[in-house]
Design a protein around this ligand. Structure first.
Ligand SMILES: [Ca+2]
Length: 500
């Protein structure tokens, strides 16, 4: 008997496998690569910086360059084209969602924030939902005008919201409503509602709408950034690049792409003031996201969930050059819908070129912070392996001990496109058989090892070829000098695109 016990003991693993983690997936909206302090930004983001210092920062994590396709990739582990989200935000036509697979794996599945589709995620595996079903909304009031307030500036009036099984349109938000705070309030409410002794781990998808336009923030947050941007785009961009190099985020070879803005001094004083205000409000929105992440951290600690919760933080696309101006109010206020626009977006996307909607690095690169005290041994290190939003579902499913289904509710499920990056969290390498693909509008790209081809959105734009190991900022086009490689990669992209 003793021998048998010893034998059994010797067969046990030396260290017990950690319990399945709780998972919090936090998304920012239209936030650039360099906005967070831990990615080189001057914006104060102490909570996210601390997560990075105690976890991992990915240097080549990719989205799709556009809101709803990114979210479709994230939810399904498939390219947006394969689940019906190629050109319009509609309902997912194939695949399974993170809510469905993690629910099947025994998780409590919670969603607070923006979905950007036409279905209610309550019907797609999330058991609690406080969801902006549509795209961007007025941050202070997404619904009808409230008494004693100016009419909220609206791009599209009457956004649709889903509260668990109930669909509401328009949503009459309370007086003190602000999206980032409200999404956090509801997420914390969902976590607080768990019964003590709840055996199931939880999965929280917290999808903020900041700093997507309209540029709107609390006056006290805007006031923190008064004067910070008065010297214009260039000093801020250069300082961000310098910090990125100093912290080791960018390798030796990564240069600074050519600026896509003109001379600040050529603006008249009024225009400079307006432009500075634009970035003050944008910074305030990012600051507010960080403060709310701090509220979440506080609750995880208070409830004893801190050690075994994996937190991931990313943005759904690069900063945006889109121009939107609606309303007569001051930039930042409820009655004005204004956007960041290309010049500051170029700064937000430091050191890269281009913006949201482009398949260039400025459009598709996002920070990814991964923090998990019980599961990630590394502290403050960088992961430099290319990874993509399609990899999130396979990763989370592996960590949850779940299985990707062949059939779901009687219907055959298409295989996921992504691969699990769980090995990267342990300092191991990632095996990926296929290249990474991008297609949004006329913009397109493939990343195959060190090589990337990219095509701009302009009609008739030619493909460019870049060596990402030495030219991450896509400054030197090798298309002319390596025509065979270029042709082979174009063929690959076209075959992928035609198969969708
Ligand atoms: Ca977005």
């Amino acid at each position: 008997m003793l021998c048998l016990s010893l034998l059994c003991f010797s067969l046990l693993p030396q260290t017990p496998a950690p319990e399945r983690p709780n998972i919090v997936l936090i998304l920012a909206d239209d936030m650039g690569f360099s906005d967070l302090g831990c990615y080189g930004g001057e914006i104060s983001t102490p909570n996210l910086d601390q997560l990075a210092a105690d976890g991992l920062r990915f240097t080549q994590f990719y989205n799709t360059s556009k809101c709803f396709p990114s979210r479709a990739c994230l939810l399904t582990g498939c390219y947006a084209q394969r689940v019906g989200m190629d050109s319009q935000p509609v309902s997912l036509t194939a695949g399974v969602t993170l809510g469905e697979v993690l629910s099947a794996a025994g998780y409590r599945t919670l969603m607070s924030g923006k979905h950007h589709g036409t279905e209610n995620l309550f019907d797609r595996g999330f058991e609690r939902c406080f969801t902006l079903r549509d795209g961007a909304c007025n941050h202070f009031n997404p619904g009808p005008r409230r008494e004693g307030e100016p009419a909220p500036a609206q791009k599209r009036a009457g956004r649709t919201w889903c509260f668990d099984g109930k669909t509401v349109q328009p949503y009459a938000a309370p007086d003190d409503f602000y999206t980032t705070d409200a999404f956090t309030d509801n997420a914390l409410g969902f976590l607080a509602a768990r019964e003590s002794g709840e055996a199931r781990p939880f999965f929280l998808y917290l999808a903020y709408t900041a700093p997507h336009d309209p540029l709107q923030a609390w006056p006290e947050d805007i006031a923190r950034y008064k004067g910070v941007y008065d010297d214009g785009w260039q000093p801020i961009r250069k300082a961000r690049y310098r910090r990125q190099k100093e912290m080791g985020l960018l390798g030796e070879s990564v240069g600074l792409s050519d600026a896509e803005f003109g001379d600040w001094e050529k603006l008249d004083p009024n225009a400079r003031a307006t432009e500075a205000r634009r970035m003050e409000v944008y910074a305030a929105m990012v600051h507010c996201v960080d403060r709310n992440v701090g509220r979440l951290i506080k609750m995880l600690k208070a409830r004893g969930d801190w050690e075994n919760t994996l937190i991931l933080f990313a943005s759904d696309n690069g900063a945006s050059s889109e121009v939107v101006e609606i309303g007569e109010g001051e930039i930042g206020a409820i009655d004005r819908w204004s956007s960041q626009k290309g010049r500051w977006a170029n700064v937000s996307n430091t050191p890269f070129s281009k913006y949201k909607n482009f398949s260039h690095e400025g459009g598709i690169s996002t920070p990814l912070i991964a923090h998990w005290p019980a599961g990630i041994a590394a502290r403050g290190e960088f992961v430099r392996t290319p990874t993509h939003f399609i990899d999130v579902l396979p990763t989370l499913l592996e960590l949850a001990g779940g299985r990707y289904p062949e059939r779901y509710e009687g219907t055959e499920v298409i295989p996921a496109d992504g691969v699990s990056f769980a090995p990267l969290l342990e300092g191991k390498s990632l095996e990926r058989a296929e290249p990474l693909y991008w297609s949004w509008g006329r913009g397109a790209a493939i990343r195959q090892g060190r090589w990337k081809i990219v095509r701009s959105r302009a009609k008739g734009a030619a493909w460019q070829l870049h060596d990402m190991e030495v030219d991450r900022t896509e400054s030197t086009d090798l298309a002319g000098s390596q025509p065979e490689r270029l042709a082979a990669m174009i063929t690959l992209w076209e075959a992928w695109r035609n198969a969708q």
